[in-house]
Design a binder for this molecule. Structure first.
Ligand SMILES: C[S@@+](CC[C@H](N)C(=O)[O-])C[C@H]1O[C@@H](n2cnc3c(N)ncnc32)[C@H](O)[C@@H]1O
Length: 337
């Protein structure tokens, strides 16, 4: 199974498999050695076609600031993640008795879902999360923090047939080119156990949340954002084409929210998080913002909030103020029968 492929910086694939064997037996047991030993070319091609959008600034990406912002403010999208976990929990048919539901976070970045488990309360006990992503720098960050993680393309996974209870495509599904989406879902179908669920989170074309990307991000980031989202029909059709016969849709509250002691601090944290996470370059870096910069950014994002087009909303409870930038996600669910 020798492969000269530099799989991750400092690791060939063989060395990484050995690392998993020693450090993450659970994940090691799920690997299909034939897929990487016999298909080294396919594997290499699947990893080469990645874009550099989520790599570092030095190669033209916005991955550094994305990752830093994600790790600095882990609770901003907590409600959306909780709802995705509830959906996974309610749609996955238990096949493994009292054991935890194994979820693959297939566009998991540096461990998005795995890190959220620390904050979601009791429901966390139901899940065991494996992170995978095509980006080497994202996966290296996950590995350094001790998370079980794999570098793989969603269209060509290194996992065995029928080994996962659920597969999540969230916060980034629109980065998969439209022509490859069904292939990724077919791959998910292969890797799921019967009774297992696939959950796709993205945004509906034409909504203010989708326009956040196609207008605001496209015009104000170094990478632009030329990615098609989903229509309701296309999400269902793709799930059906991949083999998920009775697919369904939900709308999920996917707002950014932060609690703090004053309205001013909560609003400022929220706005700075949005500008940093999404790599906005047409404003000064958020850590150097003047009050005028902050006000101008708040004004620029107003048309893209889902509820009212009013931008950041404030509410208070028990002495804390919550600042919310509302968004609505479109979520497709399919079960492998
Ligand atoms: C917007 S980021 C979100 C990461 C993570 N879901 C989060 O919430 O932090 C999208 C991620 O999708 C990954 N990605 C894009 N296309 C992919 C593909 N075909 N296979 C695997 N990962 C992919 C990118 O490398 C990136 O890390």
């Amino acid at each position: 199974m020798a492969s000269p492929l530099e799989y991750l910086p400092g690791f060939t694939l063989d060395q990484y498999v050995d690392f998993l064997h020693r450090n993450h037996q659970d994940l090691y047991q799920l690997l299909d050695d034939k897929r990487y030993a016999d298909n080294a070319c396919i594997l290499r091609e699947s990893l080469i076609v990645m874009s550099s959008e989520f790599e570092s600034k030095t190669v033209g990406g916005r991955g550094d600031t994305y990752r830093d912002a994600r790790l600095a403010e882990p609770l901003m999208r907590l409600e959306g993640f909780k709802e995705l976990l509830r959906l996974i929990d309610s749609t996955t048919v238990a096949t493994n008795g009292p054991k935890k539901v194994k979820v693959l976070d297939a566009l998991g970045g540096c461990g998005a879902l795995a890190r959220q488990l620390a904050f979601v309360g009791k429901i966390a006990d139901r899940f065991q999360v494996i992170t995978s992503d095509i980006s080497p720098s994202m996966i290296l960050t996950a590995i350094r923090d001790g998370l079980p993680a794999l570098r793989q393309a969603a269209s060509y996974m290194l996992l065995r047939d029928g080994c996962m209870e659920s597969i999540l495509f969230a916060y980034g599904t629109h980065h998969i080119p439209v022509a490859e989406r069904v292939a990724c879902l077919r791959e998910a179908y292969r890797v799921l156990k019967p009774g297992g669920s696939v959950v796709i989170q993205d945004f509906e074309e034409g909504t203010s949340t989708a326009r956040w990307y196609s207008e605001l991000l496209h015009n104000n980031t170094a990478t632009g954002h030329n990615h098609y989202h989903f229509t309701r029909e296309s999400m269902i059709a793709m799930l059906n084409e991949a083999g998920f016969s009775d697919a369904g849709l939900r709308e999920v509250d996917d707002s950014f929210r932060v609690d703090d002691v004053t309205a001013e601090v909560a609003t400022s944290r929220l706005l700075k998080h949005l500008a940093t996470l999404f790599g906005i370059v047409t404003f000064p870096p958020a850590e150097r913002w003047t009050k005028a910069d902050e006000t101008a950014f708040a004004q620029a994002i107003k048309p893209y909030s889902a509820a009212t087009g009013d931008g950041v909303k404030l509410s208070s409870k028990s002495g804390m103020v919550t600042a919310t930038f509302s968004r609505v996600a479109l979520v497709g669910i399919g079960v492998k029968r």
